[in-house]
Design a protein around this ligand. Structure first.
Ligand code: C2G
Length: 133
C-alpha cells in the first residue's frame, strides 16, 4: 500500500488542481491531502474565497482523494509523513527544489509534477474582477 501526501490551499477548485490530484493518486494506492487552514493561509498572506470547511468538502468529493487533514504550519510536514506512514510527497513543479520540501527526502520520496499551464486561482479571480490576495 503506497501512501501519497500532498499540500495545498485548493481555493476555487479548478482542473489544474484535479490534474495534480489525479496524477498524485496514480503514483500510489492512497492519497492524503493536507489542506491549508484559513489561519495558515492568512499567515501566507492569502485570503481564500472558500473557507477551510468548504474547501475540505470539495476535496473530499474528489474520487482521487482518500483523506483530508489540516495544514496548520510549514513545520508539520515531517510529522505528517511519519504519522500517516507516507511513502511519497507530491507537489506541483512550482515547488520544485524548494527547501520547504527537499528536506523530506530523508524520510520519503519527493516528486514534483508539471503544473497545468494557464490556470490558477489568482487568474480566475482577476478574470472575474475580484481582488487577488
Ligand atoms: N497546481 C498545478 N497546476 C495549477 C495550479 C496548481 O499543478 N495550474 C498544483 C500546485 O503546484 C500545488 C497544488 O496544485 O501542488 C495546490 O495548489 P495551491 O492550492 O496553489 O497550493 P499552494 O498555494 O502552492 O500551497 O505547504 C505548501 C502549500 O500548502 C502549497
Amino acid at each position: 500500500m503506497k501512501r501519497i501526501l500532498t499540500y495545498g490551499t485548493f481555493d476555487l477548485l479548478h482542473y489544474g488542481h484535479i490534474n495534480l490530484l489525479r496524477r498524485a493518486r496514480a503514483l500510489g494506492d492512497y492519497l492524503v491531502v493536507a489542506l491549508s487552514t484559513d489561519e495558515f493561509n492568512r499567515s501566507k498572506g492569502k485570503e481564500c474565497y472558500f473557507s477551510y470547511e468548504e474547501r475540505k468538502q470539495l476535496l473530499e468529493a474528489i474520487r482521487y482523494v482518500d483523506l483530508v487533514i489540516p495544514e496548520r504550519s510549514w513545520e508539520q510536514k515531517a510529522d505528517d509523513v511519519r504519522e500517516y506512514h507516507i511513502d511519497t510527497v507530491v507537489m506541483g513543479s512550482d515547488w520544485e527544489g524548494s527547501p520547504r520540501f527537499e528536506y523530506l527526502r530523508d524520510l520519503c520520496e519527493v516528486v514534483y509534477l508539471p503544473r497545468t499551464p494557464e490556470i490558477s486561482t489568482s487568474q480566475i479571480k482577476s478574470d472575474l474582477g475580484m481582488a487577488t490576495s
